[in-house]
Design a protein around this ligand. Structure first.
Ligand code: 5GP
Ligand code: ZN
Length: 271
């Protein structure tokens, strides 16, 4: 069973209270704990799907060294983007960055799946529904040949769309690009990302936000393989991809659609 750390749920609880003031009155001080429970139940589902598909779980830390993000090319891809600095390190902007060093130098065979969950930080300027500066992300990492990773991404797109609909959510799948990409080189990369459909997003309605991304399905080609020496059995650079779930956004979408009590029941029943 998944237990994502939940000290940061105050921000999401505040947003829910603003969207649904009647919930605050009904739940009193218990809202944060109930949202945490919903996030954990949802994460149980994603973890189970990943493990059933053959993924191995990787433990990741709450903070990272900046050198990891340098190696991962973060500052080239997202120039000028604000990171969340804590007293003991930097919060990772995505969970999967911490998996690549753990796979580096291993004999990886022909293909594989890994999964991890952790709190992420993005010092965003934008505010609004579902924009949290600290949030939980579950990721599934896909690694193999180009064809295998593409086929896996298509499979996960279908599986997760079906899962979202089983929870009562109406979702759209749209080609997207990373909002953080800036100007110059990174701008060129954003165009390539759009052209090659390297990023697909699953979006749903939460409150007044009609297209909030609850998951992204990303292809990295050999970008991370080259930076972290991820080689397949035949010695070639591995293709990678990742499927990322913003857990609080799933919780918010379910509460918005079903109400908190029903959302908790449905999320538990799915297991
Ligand atoms: P991406 O790396 O595609 O930008 O983010 C992966 C997923 O993390 C998104 O699809 C979304 O579900 C979640 N996410 C991104 N930014 C935020 C945020 O500000 N708050 C929350 N709660 N989730 C986010
Ligand atoms: Zn990722």
């Amino acid at each position: 069973m998944s237990t994502v750390s939940c000290e940061h749920f105050e921000e999401v609880a505040d947003q829910i209270v603003r969207l649904y003031p009647e919930l605050a009155a009904r739940e009193g001080g218990g809202l944060q704990a109930r949202v945490a429970a919903l996030v954990n139940r949802l994460d149980d589902q994603f973890l189970k799907m990943a493990i059933d598909a053959g993924a191995e779980e990787i433990a990741i830390a709450e903070y990272v060294e900046k050198s990891l993000l340098v190696q991962a090319g973060y500052f080239e891809s997202f120039p000028g983007e604000g990171l969340m600095e804590g007293a003991i390190g930097t919060r990772p902007p995505a969970a999967c960055y911490q998996c690549y060093p753990q796979l580096s130098g291993k004999v990886l065979g022909e293909s594989g799946l890994w999964t991890c969950v952790g709190t992420c930080g993005r010092n965003e300027r934008e505010t609004g529904v579902g924009r949290l500066r600290i949030f939980c992300m579950r990721e599934i990492i896909l690694l193999g040949s180009a064809a295998w990773v593409r086929e896996q991404r298509a499979r996960w797109l279908t599986t997760i769309a079906r899962f979202a609909r089983s929870l009562g959510l109406q979702v759209d799948l749209v080609p997207a690009s990373d909002p953080f990409f800036g100007t110059g080189d990174a701008h060129g990369r954003k165009l390539v990302q759009q052209l090659k459909e390297l990023k697909m997003e699953m979006r749903t309605r939460v409150g007044e936000s009609i297209g909030l991304a609850i998951a992204s399905f990303n292809l990295h080609e050999t970008f991370f393989a080259r930076r972290f020496q991820l080689r397949l059995r035949d010695g070639t650079d591995a293709y990678t991809g990742c499927v990322a779930f913003g857990l609080e956004r799933w919780a918010m979408a379910m509460i918005s659609k079903l109400g908190l009590a029903h959302a908790l029941t449905v999320a538990t029943e799915e297991l």
